[in-house]
Design a protein around this ligand. Structure first.
Ligand SMILES: Cc1cc2nc3c(=O)[nH]c(=O)nc-3n(C[C@H](O)[C@H](O)[C@H](O)COP(=O)(O)O)c2cc1C
Ligand SMILES: CC(C)CC(=O)C(=O)O
Length: 359
């Protein structure tokens, strides 16, 4: 892996290692993949306006997100089906992220159960921070059962994916006829456990009927902090803040839901302004470089999360691959902060972005 110098370098060897059907599942986006491409190209269009001679020394990257300590403001976004990428699956991801000292947002549709993900993380870190991504199910009783499992596993926040009233339409999957996991792989969190006995595994139930009312129900079910993932509109951010939501993830699901939706970095400034500091705003989508992280922080993100780069790292090198991807991002972030004259993520502000039309 030593020859892989950038996060982007991991994609080609991952592609070579994967079944093309599974590569397309991971890499792909909705419809014409316009939003998928925009997530990265929008970052490239933003120019930084660094400060000089501020004598800040080597930057300190540690931060806290929703009260959780993180070694850097780079979290791991929830991505489904890690066993398609590597036999160690989410166990490897959990160990790498916990060793890196940052937050893993474990996907509800993981191929390893949340209890086992938590146990793996605890093998390598004293107090690893795990959050759990939730698709609210129409069956409230089952949703509650999944939440209770996550709570018992020691999860510290729920991240409710709110941009998926239906599955995104991925023509890459249609062309391959890829609609189900291969035999032997299951979404272990969708298993109905009765008295600890392994039972039937449900299908995920994405519902166009979901509304703020369901989020309120969840609020009444659990004391865990709740983040909403998939916010692009500032008005939704304002409603979330009024509803007592604890955090927002500005995201277009990595370009996998509504094609031609705006790039997530394009949506960030208005969302940050709308919530006016009432709750932390995170961002995912297209983060591939340390400079991307600094641009998101400059627009007011408390932290960012990365999706596909972690999948490519896992594919190429299992736990070591994810570790390396996170290390590259960490080093690039530290270097970028230094070149911008910032001693920590907290010193990054919109002042690093030139005034004038944004896009
Ligand atoms: C293969 C794959 C699977 C994903 N699965 C989920 C999921 O189960 N739940 C969810 O909320 N988001 C899911 N996402 C979206 C990510 O959480 C995140 O929003 C996105 O990947 C960020 O963009 P990036 O891949 O450019 O970093 C998935 C993304 C990918 C690429
Ligand atoms: C199977 C999907 C619901 C998982 C997902 O969110 C995605 O692949 O983007």
């Amino acid at each position: 892996m030593d020859e892989l110098l950038t996060v982007a370098d991991f994609e080609a060897p991952a592609r070579a290692a994967l079944d093309p059907v599974h590569y397309d599942y991971f890499a792909g986006g909705a419809r014409d993949e316009i939003t998928l491409a925009a997530n990265e190209s929008a970052f490239a269009r933003i120019r930084l306006r660094p400060r000089i001679l501020r004598g800040r020394g080597t930057p300190e990257l540690a931060t806290a997100v929703l009260g959780a300590p993180a070694s850097m403001p780079i979290l791991v976004a929830p991505t489904a089906f890690h066993r398609l990428a590597h036999p160690d699956a989410e166990r490897a991801t959990a160990r790498a992220v916990a060793s890196a000292g940052t937050v893993l947002i474990a996907a509800m549709l993981s191929t390893v159960a949340i209890e086992d993900i938590a146990a793996e993380a605890r093998k390598v870190a004293v107090d690893p921070v795990l959050w759990f991504q939730l698709y609210l199910q129409r069956d409230l009783g089952f949703t509650e059962a999944v939440v209770r499992r996550a709570e018992s596993a020691g999860v510290r926040a729920l991240v409710v994916t709110a941009d998926s009233p239906a599955l995104g339409h991925h023509e890459r999957n249609d062309r391959h006829g890829f609609h189900d996991l291969p035999a032997g792989m299951r979404c272990e969190n969708l298993r109905e456990l009765r008295a600890g006995e392994p039972g039937h595994v449900r299908q995920v139930d994405l519902s166009p009927e979901l509304s703020w009312r369901h989020v309120e129900r969840l609020r009444s079910l659990t004391d865990l902090p709740i983040l909403l993932k998939g916010v692009l509109h500032p008005e939704d951010a304002r409603i979330a803040a009024d509803a007592g939501i604890d955090g927002i993830v500005v995201s277009n699901h990595g370009g996998r839901q509504l094609d031609t939706a705006m790039a997530s970095i394009e949506a960030l400034p208005d969302v940050v302004d709308a919530v006016a500091g009432r709750l932390p705003v995170l961002l995912d989508g297209g983060i591939r470089r340390g400079t991307d992280v600094v641009k998101a922080l400059a627009y007011g993100a408390a932290a960012v999360a990365v999706g596909r780069p972690v999948v490519w790292g896992l594919t190429v090198g299992g736990e070591a691959g994810v570790t390396r991807v996170l290390e590259i991002l960490r080093d690039e972030l530290a270097h970028t902060l230094m070149l911008c004259g910032c001693g920590s993520p907290a010193e990054v502000s919109r002042d690093l972005l030139p005034a004038g039309p944004r896009w």
